[in-house]
Design a protein around this ligand. Structure first.
Ligand code: FE2
Length: 442
């Protein structure tokens, strides 16, 4: 299928380019339209619709992002971006003259196109092609410098996750391409900023969504830094995103006493991996089985203790083990109340005790090599009394990050603590408590 979609994309681009060179009555132009139409028919004879979309510099179908084609299809991407079109859907009733009209429509200069392209297409008699925007809470990384923007985008992302989680729980169809694009947006905007996000003022009332997003961000950070391809990072991110969906889904028949009133925390904790996997398996056609596997396994231990409920204990999938680490880290690091603060070195010691037991020894080592004992954005007090922010991690010495001193009267100064024996990090400061006066410098 992917090769067929690639043909559609390249043929569409060629038709647009031909339309710019020849008149629309020229036989060469007609040949290009014919070719694009037959590529589209090749797909639409077996499926109801084909959606393609653009986010930033990438072009994608609902099942794949064509990172390898980004350069080749650059003219098409730019062409559509100039016309404010992020998404095109072709439907199975597509007629030849509709495609031809559509290409003519795209050949209109951007300044002459109406803002509502979907409505304009109907006026042009094109009913089997729709254009629009991705329903993303879109914000480019350049726009996200201020904490207000980061906070707003984080809140928008929580809304997006809740919308998807609710749809999955109700068994509704989900827009997989929209989901992928939003998760791709998380990579662009949040990855590597997990600790900055923890410092944001929380407006959301549902901490499950906070947790799902945080675990998704951490998982993608770990996998991208471990060398995974971008598309695999995206797949892991989507699996991590829904790992706890079972906590929202407990139907009464799965609980003792057949009553919703009986729902309590320990039952939710016990049943949510199975319930989450059941719900996600309904989406194996679009999401694949990985989200269900991760939901089912994310509380399984590496040493397989406490696995007696399984008919035959087996080692959890590697992705489940990464999500398990990120899940535990986020439970430890997320502030449970405005004043709550669990220092990162304490979390490191707590989790390291489980090396080779709850957690795979190599994976946990890799995890802290990437995150560091003192993660990026942590506000710390140095042994010489100065206050600093962590700006870089030294993988070979996870206790000694690169820091930016922010309390010095001589102005800001960078120090690589792995290069000096005299100064070390003494402790982390709570950004909601004693460190609050420095948070504008984070
Ligand atoms: Fe969980």
């Amino acid at each position: 299928m992917s090769e067929k979609i690639k043909s559609v994309l390249t043929d569409l681009m060629s038709a647009i380019q031909a339309g710019k060179i020849y008149t629309t009555s020229h036989p060469r132009y007609k040949d290009f339209i014919e070719k694009a139409y037959s590529s589209l028919q090749n797909i639409l004879k077996t499926q109801k619709e084909l959606a393609i979309g653009i986010l930033d510099e990438e072009i994608a179908s609902e099942n794949e992002i064509f990172f390898d084609l980004s350069q080749k299809l650059k003219p098409l991407i730019l062409y559509l971006q100039e016309r404010n079109i992020q998404r095109i859907t072709f439907y199975s009733g597509l007629r030849h003259n509709e495609l031809s009209q559509f290409i003519s429509f795209l050949l209109t200069p951007p300044s002459e196109l109406p803002a509502d392209t979907s409505g304009a297409l109907i006026r042009w008699g094109i009913r089997n092609i729709k254009t629009g925007k991705i329903k993303a809470p879109s914000s480019s990384p350049k726009e996200m410098k201020s904490p207000e923007n980061l906070s707003q985008y984080y809140e928008n992302s929580l809304y997006f996750i809740s919308r998807y989680a609710q749809s999955i729980l109700k068994g509704e169809n989900i827009d997989y391409m929209d989901l992928k694009f939003n998760t791709l947006n998380f990579i662009e905007n949040f990855v590597g900023q997990y600790h900055q996000l923890l410092n944001l003022e929380r407006k959301s009332e549902n901490e499950i969504f906070d947790h799902m997003l945080n675990v998704c961000i951490l998982t993608m950070h770990i996998s991208s830094r471990s060398g995974s391809e971008r598309e695999d990072v995206l797949e892991l991110g989507i699996a991590a995103l829904f790992h706890d969906i079972g906590k929202m889904s407990l139907p009464a028949e799965d609980l003792p006493n057949q009553s919703k009133v009986t729902r309590n925390k320990s039952q939710i904790q016990k049943n949510h991996p199975v319930l989450g996997a059941k719900v996600l398996l309904n989406y194996k056609e679009s999401l694949g089985v990985l989200p269900a596997v991760v939901a089912f396994e994310h509380h399984l231990r590496y040493d397989l203790k406490e696995s007696s409920h399984l008919s035959f204990p087996y080692p959890p999938h590697a992705v489940s083990q990464i999500v398990s680490l990120c899940n535990t880290y986020d439970h430890q690091a997320s502030p449970r109340s405005p004043r709550h603060f669990n220092p990162p070195d304490q979390i490191y010691r707590f989790m390291s005790k489980e090396k080779g037991e709850q957690f795979h020894p190599q994976l946990i080592q890799n995890f802290f090599q990437i995150i560091g004992v003192w993660p990026l954005g942590t506000l710390v007090s140095l042994s010489d009394g100065r206050t600093a922010v962590v700006r870089g991690i030294n993988e070979e010495d996870i206790f000694s990050p690169k820091v930016e001193v922010i309390s010095s009267p001589e102005g800001k100064k960078f120090i690589d603590l792995s290069q000096t024996k005299d100064i070390r990090v003494e402790r982390a400061l709570n950004p909601r408590g004693e460190g609050k006066k420095y948070t504008h410098l984070l």
